[in-house]
Design a protein around this ligand. Sequence first.
Ligand SMILES: C[S@@+](CC[C@H](N)C(=O)[O-])C[C@H]1O[C@@H](n2cnc3c(N)ncnc32)[C@H](O)[C@@H]1O
Length: 375
Amino acid sequence: MARTTTPDHPFSQPVAHATTTGMSGGGFYNANSAAQWTAIETILPLIEEAIATLPVDGTGPIGVADYGCSEGRNSIAVMKHALPALLARTERPIQTFHSDLPTNDFSELFRSLRQDGGSVFGSDRIYSAAIGGSMYDQLCPPQTLHLATTFNAIGFLSRRPVDKLPGYILPNGPSVARANGYVSEENRRAFAEQAKQDIARYLAVRAKELVPGGKLLVEVFGSKGPARTCDGLYDLLNDAVLDFVETGDISRDAYDCYYQPVYMRELKELTDPVTDETYGAAGLFSLDRAMEYEIAVPFVDRFKKDGDLDRYTSDYVNFFRAFTEAVLRAALPESPSREDLINRIFARAEDRLKADPSLYPFRYAAVAILLTRNG
Ligand SMILES: C[S@@+](CC[C@H](N)C(=O)[O-])C[C@H]1O[C@@H](n2cnc3c(N)ncnc32)[C@H](O)[C@@H]1O
């Protein structure tokens, strides 16, 4: 699908407790997030387990919230899967919340929730709403949620822990094979620490919203052994951006300050804040499940089957453009030619990938935990 976001971009700076304004809107993220769906699909059994054990006694609505819903396609799909089992367990009405940053493009989500005058979830006992806010803040009243989820989102840090990352555009650094940059040990530690603090903060605010016995499911891209969801992809974006540093279109200083404020966690970095006293969230939740896994990436699989290089390069670049573009835009000085430069950077990425796809192999690993609210 062609990219169709509006050219004026009214929200180019992130709100508090966020480091991006969101995904590329206008349907672009929805159209380019099949890999993220595959990562969610793999852990549907965890959601089934959570639903089967939710505390449903009492009156009033059962609250189900998804944080970092983006344009909503995957958020709706996962709830479509989960809610029938919940309906079967209770007569209570169900309130779904789909939450993302205030700067997120919610248009597709709103269009989808009640397209035909009834709930997209096919029941008149299900009511839906959207909430704009950072997931690192409390967004729902105390003890009103029974299940909270987040998918492929908590890798986006709440703040930039360093001002400059001069050697590469991602804190985890380049792939071993490509080695096209560096990140100092000190900077790596700063990001790893920030990532843990973010989890703790997320746990603390969700703990306020959840009823005792409520469930929290956290899934995010990350790493599993040698498979890291950053390799290939950020190497390619880094190379493309550097091409424009060389031509002088991007200043060296702008490059030094630019990085994607995203951290790829290992499973232990996700689980530590659940139990480690130093992060301030220990004891709020008990850990039911912890998983690390790798998925088959749909556009990689298709390319292996059909060998269609044009399609592979556009699918691959659109996939990462959807979640990197907003941060890249905010890192470039505002000018009449900025949109054109952004288009050229992603076009350059396509050219580089097409010239030698073997330089940028991509794998998608994810980590996930299922927790129960203590108390
Ligand atoms: C890659 S998308 C994931 C969308 C969807 N959950 C999925 O799996 O397809 C990441 C989402 O996290 C959101 N996000 C990033 N930082 C956030 C924050 N601090 N609070 C809430 N949402 C945030 C982004 O706006 C984006 O919509």
